[in-house]
Design a binder for this molecule. Structure first.
Ligand SMILES: [Fe+2]
Ligand SMILES: [Fe+2]
Length: 153
């Protein structure tokens, strides 16, 4: 779970880096979407932090790896988001398997929230990815999608 704290913080760092790249490309709506995503990932890290402490564990923070800083296109960004979320899902699944093997029922219940969250995360990334594929090379389409993603609360 300490490793998962790091993985969630890396996710936040990755999405913040994507936000920076979108800002540099004047895609402020997409940058806004990524900033909210980064905040959510920090929230996930804190959920694990709190749970480790509640169960009498010791939180140990380790170095967060540097994320990439540039992408070729918005499509390339969201392809990586989708791939990354699938990777995080596999990490959560491994934790569930470990909790089951250890007969740690409390942790299994705790991890259920993350199982559901990952379904949503993968679906959100996949939806935007499909929309970007639909838009193709249309600047107008990209402009509208950027404005749409600016609405994220
Ligand atoms: Fe997360
Ligand atoms: Fe996520």
């Amino acid at each position: 779970m300490n490793q998962q704290v790091n993985a969630e913080l890396y996710s936040a760092y990755l999405y913040l880096s994507m936000a920076a790249d979108f800002e540099a490309e004047n895609l402020h709506g997409m940058a806004h979407w990524m900033q909210i995503q980064a905040k959510e990932e920090t929230g996930h890290a804190l959920k694990f932090f709190k749970y480790i402490v509640e169960r009498g564990g010791r939180v140990t923070l380790t170095a967060v790896a540097a994320p990439p800083t540039q992408w070729d296109s918005p499509l390339a960004v969201f392809e990586q988001v989708y791939k990354h979320e699938c990777h995080v899902s596999s990490l959560i699944n491994k934790l569930v398997e470990l909790a089951a093997a250890e007969k740690d029922h409390a942790s299994e219940v705790f991890l259920q929230w993350f199982i559901n969250e990952q379904v949503e995360e993968e679906a959100n990334a996949s939806e935007i990815l499909h929309q970007l594929k639909m838009v193709g090379d249309s600047k107008q389409g990209l402009f509208l999608l950027d404005r749409h993603l600016a609405q994220r609360q």
